[in-house]
Design a protein around this ligand. Structure first.
Ligand code: ATP
Length: 366
């Protein structure tokens, strides 16, 4: 048996309108790994996931998931993956238990195993106490936990989580993290996309960053941070209008090692350099000598936000600023996890269609 949960090579997906959403990416995910797939809006994350779970047919390339060919054996792929889509798949009019029963039907879980499986999952996502309440009364976090549980009724060895915590407050997000860690500890391979870089940092062993349909960086969170090239010294000036002059001072004095990046910021300047910490005081002295007042400074290790900015050239404004929804609110009927007007039951990976029957795949070229 192959050691890989996902072996995707040179995968390209072009939509019918000509949009090249994915342009020749390779992804190798070992069984049991927890990997993250990051990228700005529209980078191609969801398209990639939909292709891996066989909802979309690649225009080019090869995909093997859990040892099954995604084009030749989509039914087998679907029976061995769980997919928690960005759009919720739960029916608000059904109870938590009924939603899970529906998912068991859809995934063909043998009748004799259903009750035990449902009890087990309700316990895992801590919804046993509200098992018989309708999902419409659940908070955003509870709905997401139920959503995650429905993706696991058939005990898939590989689960895809597409921005699973978007819109949740930190407490609700933490609770879901715990749950994702637990399923991974139990051996499930997890493929996560997120716009919260802290989430990727906390959970993922390995990350791929995608931009404009191509993978632009790969590595462990630590490797990616080291690639930023040192630490970051931020200097706050009394008069931010002096930023340009402060940058010129920092550059003129050649204070920092080759490869340093010295840029203006809203409040002053920032230096990314291997020796940012050790040469920082010299910069402060040089600024004082130039008559530039400094009111604060800070040296820190790079975060994934810095990595994201360095490799994609884009800030991650969508992440932390996303509308939030409290896990503790009793009724938080969500507008943040919309299904885009589509029937939330369709398409799902539980569809039993075989190769050649593409009615459940989104429209793509090729
Ligand atoms: N059905 C479709 N037809 C045509 N183009 C599409 C379709 N779905 C997505 N796209 C385009 O493909 C590109 C990749 O979209 P995709 O949804 O995969 O990105 P993403 O990284 O998941 O973004 P987000 O974080 O916003 O969900 C975008 O340019 C998007 O507009």
């Amino acid at each position: 048996m192959t050691d890989y949960a996902i072996e995707a090579r040179d995968v390209a997906v072009t939509y019918a309108d000509g949009t090249e959403a994915v342009r020749g990416i390779d992804l190798l995910v070992e069984r049991g790994e927890f990997v993250g797939f990051l990228g700005p809006n529209g980078a191609g994350k969801t398209t990639t996931i939909k292709t891996l779970v066989t909802l979309l047919r690649p225009t080019d390339g090869s995909i093997v998931v859990n040892g099954f060919d995604a084009i030749e054996e989509p039914r087998q792929v679907r029976s061995t993956v769980g997919y928690m889509a960005q759009e919720t798949s739960i029916d608000p009019e059904l109870t938590a238990r009924e939603n899970l029963r529906f998912a068991c039907d859809a995934y063909g879980v043998p009748r004799a195993q259903r009750d035990d499986r449902i009890d087990e999952l309700l316990e895992l996502v801590e919804l046993t106490d509200v098992a018989n309440k309708v999902a419409d009364d659940f908070s955003g976090g509870m709905k997401k936990r139920l959503d995650a549980a429905t993706a696991l009724v058939h005990r898939p060895p590989l689960v895809f989580l597409d921005e699973p915590t978007t819109g949740l407050d930190p407490a609700a997000r933490n609770r879901l993290w715990e749950y994702f860690r637990r399923i991974n500890d139990e051996g499930t391979t997890v493929f996560l996309t997120t716009q919260y870089l802290e989430e990727a940092d906390q959970l993922c062993e390995r990350l791929s960053v995608i931009q404009d349909g191509s993978v632009v960086a790969e590595g462990t969170p630590g490797e990616l941070k080291r690639r930023v090239g040192g630490e970051i010294l931020s200097v706050e000036l009394a008069d931010p209008d002096e930023s340009e002059r402060a940058v010129a001072v920092a550059r003129d004095e050649s204070l920092f090692a080759d490869g340093a990046t010295i840029e203006t910021t809203e409040s002053g300047l920032a230096v990314t350099a291997r020796d940012a910490r050790t040469r920082g005081t010299e910069l402060l002295v040089a600024l004082r000598d130039a008559g530039i007042d400094v009111i604060g400074f800070d040296v820190r290790a790079p975060t994934l936000d810095d990595v994201f900015l360095a490799v994609t050239g884009e800030g991650n404004e969508d992440g932390p600023s996303t509308e939030r929804e409290s896990d503790t609110t009793d009724v938080a009927r969500s507008g943040t996890i919309g299904n885009g007007g589509r029937d939330s039951r369709e398409p799902t990976v539980s569809d039993e269609s075989e190769k050649g029957n593409d009615t459940d795949r989104d429209e793509v070229n090729g």
